[in-house]
Write a protein that binds this ligand. Structure first.
Ligand code: SF4
Length: 184
């Protein structure tokens, strides 16, 4: 049996693309990322997909503002609290917690990029200029709602967590940083 001394949390869809919003391009380099983590004997802990849990695989794509509400935040915390407790126990047991890999661009799991719009809302058939509505979406260098709640939970327990945002082009960069953090 391999000896595992490190653990990392990953967004659900890095392992299960069925959770991704339909018609989304999906994750192109996730297999390579996961294989590299496995080669390094890192325990890979899959977070739940908050959007899939709350709004099903048939949900429409959304922006940060649609999830920035008390229900979504509380449900995110309810999903995440037992996981943060488990990570705390692993740390007490001598395991090194390497952090979290989220998904850049996601309104929930974004780390360095999150899609936002104040105009993307409402009854679709009543929107006169759908292109204007879609074009109002911008990427900002913020965390998504689910990652914000996860970061807050870590802070309440004084757990230090590195956050990495996967974006289809940066798996080498993420793996390089994780390798460095294992060496330290
Ligand atoms: S909410 Fe997170 S886990 Fe779910 S599909 Fe979006 S990025 Fe992936």
């Amino acid at each position: 049996m391999q000896e595992y001394k490190n653990i990392i949390l990953v967004s659900h869809c890095l392992l299960n693309e069925l959770a991704v919003v339909k018609n989304d391009a999906g994750r192109k380099d996730n297999l390579s990322l996961i294989k590299n983590l496995m080669k390094m004997n890192v325990g890979i802990y899959q977070l739940p997909c908050p959007e899939n849990r709350m709004y099903s695989p048939n949900r429409l794509g959304s922006v940060y503002e649609q999830f920035d509400n008390n229900f979504y935040r509380k449900t995110s915390r309810d999903l995440l609290s037992p996981i943060v407790n488990e990570i705390e126990d692993y740390i007490k047991d001598g395991v090194s917690f390497l952090g979290v890999i989220g998904i850049d661009g996601s309104p929930s799991c974004g780390v360095g990029l999150t899609c936002k719009s104040k105009e993307f809302k409402g009854e679709i058939s009543a929107i006169k200029d759908i292109y204007h509505c879609v074009n109002s979406i911008e990427m900002t260098d913020d965390k998504g709602v689910f990652m914000e709640e996860l970061e807050k939970l870590f802070k309440t327990k004084n757990i230090t967590a590195n956050f990495y945002g996967y974006n289809d082009n940066n798996q080498d960069e993420i793996i390089g940083k994780i390798e460095e953090s294992i060496k330290k």
